[in-house]
Design a protein around this ligand. Structure first.
Ligand code: PSU
Ligand code: MN
Length: 304
């Protein structure tokens, strides 16, 4: 893949010097947030990574090239562009051959990060098993990617557009360790906890780095999922969000939305149904995840 990837000079130097680098995805920019908050958030997230002494590497496909680390102006242009595709792992080759511009999902971003030699990645929420998956079989490729690509992903759990219990089951099947950061419960994105208990709780970035090292020493090729609850002051009431999310799911079904359009449709509807509130929470949790990922990346650069 390496001849298809343009790694920015800053990211290249950081990797060569074995400094901390954090990969960031771009479907959240192209399909997860409205313009211009998408660009503002992407820039703010990069600033958080830098403030925590790591180098941000936003990953996207631009005009048929894989970019790792976007130059000044590229991020603004990408976030404001129309007709940006959504690329999960299986869409990458087609996007490149067509010289397309595409946001990369968690799955595609993990695959690219691994090729570039980046082991930490921060996002908001991962894709998972959708509600009603027993009928639709709609299970995000993010879960299979976590099962086979050795990149550690910090997220705030998942939105309840997904079936959390089934999502956790598939992560177990895929052999993916799920670590609760200072929590016993899988976080529910907008709120700090769900009713789903996690097997593993960790208290520090250093402890997470130790687990990542152990996973690699085992020869495992699996990713690791770090579940980081939204900060208390940014959390939203779970019951209120649940109502809106359920409404968005009903609308999607009634409108016959299917396949890769499901998640972007739901994200846009939730943003609309909750006004600015959910977007503010979303922005806050992504920044919070970026800071933790930078701290874990830093811990990984230090000898145990
Ligand atoms: N969930 C969110 N925000 C997002 C996404 C999911 O709360 O931006 C995006 C991520 O890029 C994720 C993708 O990898 O949607 C999953 O899409 P799908 O369900 O089609 O695999
Ligand atoms: Mn899907």
């Amino acid at each position: 893949m390496s001849n298809l990837i343009d790694i920015s000079p800053e990211v290249r130097e950081a990797l060569a010097d074995q400094r901390a680098v954090v990969a960031l995805e771009s479907t959240i920019i192209s399909h997860g947030m409205p313009h211009p908050q998408n660009v503002e958030t992407a820039m703010a997230v990069e600033a958080v990574v830098r403030a925590e002494s790591a180098v941000p590497a936003t990953i996207a496909v631009i005009d048929g090239r894989i970019k790792v680390g976007l130059a000044n102006g590229e991020l603004e242009r990408f976030g404001g562009a129309k007709n940006v595709a959504k690329a999960s792992r299986r869409d990458l080759a087609v996007a490149l051959a067509n010289k397309a511009t595409a946001g990369t999902t968690v799955a595609a971003t993990m695959a690219i990060a691994e090729q570039a030699g980046i082991e930490m990645f921060a996002t908001g929420g991962i894709g998972g098993v959708h509600r009603g998956a027993d009928q639709t079989f709609d299970i995000s490729a993010d879960l299979t990617e976590l099962g086979r690509t050795p990149v550690s992903v910090v997220c705030a759990g998942c939105k309840s557009i997904l079936d959390m219990a089934k999502t956790l089951e598939v992560l177990e099947t895929e052999g993916v360790p799920v670590l609760g950061y200072r929590t016993d419960m899988f976080p529910a994105f907008f709120s700090r906890a769900s009713s789903h208990k996690l097997d593993h709780r960790v208290e520090t970035p250093e402890a997470i780095a130790e687990i990542i090292r152990a996973e690699r020493n085992l020869g495992s090729a699996a990713g690791i999922l770090i579940a980081n609850p939204i900060p208390e002051e940014d959390a939203l009431p779970a019951d209120e969000m649940e109502e809106r999310i359920a409404a968005a799911c009903r609308e999607a079904e009634a409108a016959g939305v299917a396949q890769k359009d499901v998640t972007p449709y739901l994200l846009a509807r939730i943003n609309a149904l909750t006004g600015g509130k959910s977007l503010q929470a979303n922005i806050a949790l992504v920044k919070n995840n970026a800071a933790l990922a930078a701290n874990i990346a830093g811990a990984l650069t230090r000898a145990p």
